[in-house]
Design a protein around this ligand. Structure first.
Ligand code: AR6
Length: 231
């Protein structure tokens, strides 16, 4: 359904509606759909302080390109609050581009509780990681490592020691992980985006030419890695 008009996205309110959550949850309420759905947070836009307007352009562009290349997959951008500005921007821009909203949509909720709290099945979730791939820190990284338990830490170590900005790594989540058991998450993809926060090491000093290139690479890497799991 390449028709943005058939999806009233409530963009004019600027808020992210609960009814929309429920609608998408119903559409995704099967294991088959869940197994080809990637849920991801907005990389670099909180702790790493990347500009939201630029980030939303990059998310919509890279997602649209990816959806054209692969059938039968879904991408879901998740954030915690109904007032999330990044969700509103992405919704507005995706709607303007007439992206099929059954294959790419936004969702309000905790990415570690999408099934139990949101009724949404997503077997693959992305993490906005740090370069050392260490648990904790804050944001979505702390939430995912804490919900997944020790086994994610061990599984991650087997796959990689560190990440370069703009790259990602797939980690199969052991079946003993509570995140696997409770939420049906089979893989976590750690992604390292560009850092624009002067209080963190290696920040890009407001260089948005470099930063945007790295964020684009990060999403392309995430989506390609997701495709390699689904294939
Ligand atoms: N569920 C869904 N979205 C979330 C959740 C959650 N549980 N928690 C946060 N978000 P951030 P970054 C959203 O700061 O900017 C860490 O310390 C949040 O609102 O997690 O890439 C790492 O260790 C925002 O939209 O990631 C790194 O050092 C998005 O997730 C550093 O932060 C990303 O926010 C990475 O910073």
């Amino acid at each position: 359904v390449e028709d943005g008009m058939s999806c009233p996205m409530e963009v004019e309110k600027g808020l992210n509606d609960k009814n929309e959550n429920e609608k998408h949850a119903k559409e995704c309420d099967s294991d088959d759909v869940g197994s080809c759905t990637l849920a991801f947070p907005s990389i670099s836009t909180a702790d790493f302080q990347f500009d939201l307007d630029r980030a939303s352009d990059i998310i919509v562009d890279t997602a649209a390109d990816f959806l054209q290349k692969f059938d039968n997959i879904r991408l879901v951008l998740v954030d915690l609050s109904e007032k999330s500005r990044i969700l509103s921007l992405v919704k507005e821009k995706a709607s303007k581009k007439s992206i099929d909203c059954s294959r790419f949509f936004t969702f309000v909720g905790d990415i570690t509780q999408l099934h139990t709290k949101g009724g949404l099945r997503c077997s693959v979730i992305a993490n906005a990681a740090n370069w050392r791939l260490k648990p904790g820190g804050g944001g979505v990284n702390a939430a995912i490592f804490s919900a997944a338990g020790e086994s994610l830490h061990h599984a991650t170590k087997k796959c990689a020691d560190a990440l370069r900005p703009g790259t990602s790594v797939v980690v199969p989540l052991p079946s003993i992980s509570p995140l696997h058991q409770r939420e049906g998450v089979t893989h976590v993809i750690h992604v390292l985006g560009p850092n624009m926060n002067p209080m963190r090491p290696d920040y890009l000093k407001n260089d948005y030419i470099k930063g945007s290139k790295i964020l684009r690479e990060a999403y392309n890497s995430l989506f390609e890695n997701f495709a390699s799991i689904v294939r």
